[in-house]
Design a protein around this ligand. Structure first.
Ligand code: AMP
Length: 113
């Protein structure tokens, strides 16, 4: 896959407001927040999106969901939150590096736009 801005954030070549980091994932505040809390959780492995994940990524994908839980707890999303993965063009994906949006501290609506 081609380089994205998230690769530069992982390598700390551009700054981000990092809220969590471990060996295989990184979470930072979205630069254009759509809710009072808007965090992006990404794998350090440059997977384009869900479609590009393979059996090999099973543990990584599970890890990401558990880290969502941990980050949500740490930033005080006790009243609930939404997790969004935009996938591909119709999904509205603009950065081609898998990322989970964690949105909270406001009432979400359904259906999404
Ligand atoms: P998506 O539209 O699902 O691909 O989401 C990409 C997200 O990345 C958007 O919500 C952007 O605001 C966010 N974003 C893009 N560049 C940066 C950056 N340098 N730091 C933090 N968030 C970013």
């Amino acid at each position: 896959m081609s380089e994205t801005i998230f690769s530069k954030i992982i390598r700390k070549e551009i700054s981000a407001d990092i809220v969590y980091e471990d060996d295989i994932s990184l979470a930072f505040k979205d630069i254009n927040p759509q809710a009072p809390v808007h965090i992006l959780l990404i794998p350090k492995k440059p997977i384009v999106n869900l479609n590009e994940g393979t059996e090999e990524d099973k543990t990584l994908f599970g890890h990401l969901l558990l880290i969502v839980q941990k980050v949500a707890r740490e930033v005080g999303l006790d009243n609930g939150y939404r997790v969004v993965i935009n996938n591909g063009n119709d999904g509205g994906q603009t950065v081609n590096h898998l990322h989970l949006h964690i949105l909270g501290k406001r009432q979400m609506t359904w259906p999404p736009g």
